[in-house]
Write a protein that binds this ligand. Structure first.
Ligand code: Z5A
Length: 212
C-alpha cells in the first residue's frame, strides 16, 4: 500500500570508498519507488549536470604539472554542488519529486573539512552556497577505510582522491561519525557486514524514517 506523501524528499547516501553506495542506491531507489509510486530523481556528487560532470573530471584526475591545491578542490566541489542544487535538486523537489543523492554536502565536511583540515572554509562556503538547504535523511554507510579501500582497489586504477593516504580517510571517517552523532537526520549503517545484513539495516532505517 502506498503511503500518503504529498511533497518530495531529499535522501542521500554517504560513505567512504568501498562502503557499498552503488548497491545501496539501487535498494533505496526501489524502496522510494514503491513508497511513492514514482522513481526518484537520482544524482551523484560531484556531478549530475553537464557542467558539474566536467568539474567531476577535474577533481578526480591528477595533473602532476599543475596539482590541484586543497582550497581549489574544496571550491570546485561547491561549484559543482551549487549547479546541481540550483538546476536539478531544487526544481525536482519543487515539482513534488523525490531526489536520491549519491553523496552531498556531508562529503565535503568529511573529506575537505576533516580529511584536508579545511573545516572553517567548508563551513563558510557551505553556508554561503546552500544556506539552510539540507537532505531530509542521510544514510551514512560506515566502513573502516582499510577495508573499504581494499574493496575499491579490486575495481582497478585509483583516481586522484582514492590515492590519498589511509590517515586522510581515517580523518574523514572520524568527521562523518562525529557529525552523525550530533544530527538525527543522519543514520549510521554498519557497512562492514555481509551485504544482505547491510541491506536489511538500510531497509529498517528507511521504514523507521520514511513511513508515516
Ligand atoms: N568527494 C569529496 O572529496 N568531496 C565531496 O564533496 C564529494 C566527493 C561530493 C567521488 O568519487 C570522490 O569525490 C570520492 C569522494 C570525493 N573519492 N574518493 N576517494 P566516486 O563517486 O567515483 O567514488 P565513490 O563515491 O567513493 O565510490 P562508488 O564507486 O560510487 O561507490 P562505493 O561505495 O565506493 O563502492 P561500491 O562500488 O558500491 O562497492 C565497492 C565494492 O565493494 C563492490 O565490488 C561491491 O560489490 C563490494 N561491496 C559492497 N558492499 C559489500 C559488503 N557488504 N561486503 C562485501 N563486499 C561489498
Amino acid at each position: 500500500m502506498q503511503a500518503e506523501i504529498s511533497t518530495g524528499k531529499f535522501i542521500v547516501i554517504e560513505g567512504l570508498e568501498g562502503a557499498g553506495k552503488s548497491s545501496a542506491m539501487a535498494l533505496v531507489k526501489a524502496f522510494i519507488t514503491e513508497l511513492v509510486g514514482q522513481e526518484p530523481v537520482c544524482t551523484r556528487e560531484p556531478g549530475g549536470t553537464p557542467l558539474a560532470e566536467k568539474i567531476r573530471t577535474l577533481v578526480k584526475t591528477a595533473d602532476a604539472t599543475d596539482p590541484l591545491c586543497d582550497e581549489a578542490e574544496c571550491l570546485l566541489m561547491y561549484a559543482a554542488r551549487a549547479q546541481l542544487v540550483a538546476n536539478v535538486i531544487k526544481p525536482a523537489l519543487a515539482g513534488g519529486d523525490w531526489v536520491l543523492g549519491d553523496r552531498h554536502n556531508l562529503s565535503s565536511l568529511a573529506y575537505q573539512g576533516g580529511g584536508r583540515g579545511l573545516m572553517p572554509l567548508v563551513q563558510t562556503i557551505s553556508a554561503a552556497t546552500l544556506g539552510s538547504f539540507r537532505p531530509d535523511l542521510t544514510l551514512y554507510l560506515d566502513i573502516p577505510p582499510a577495508i573499504g579501500m581494499a574493496r575499491a582497489a579490486n575495481r582497478g586504477e585509483l583516481d586522484r582522491i582514492e590515492q590519498q593516504a589511509l590517515s586522510f580517510f581515517e580523518r574523514a571517517r572520524a568527521t562523518y561519525l562525529s557529525l552523525a552523532a550530533a544530527d538525527d537526520s543522519i543514520v549510521v549503517i554498519d557497512a562492514n557486514q555481509p551485504l544482505p545484513k547491510v541491506h536489511e539495516d538500510i531497509l529498517s532505517a528507511l521504514n523507521q524514517h520514511l513511513r508515516v
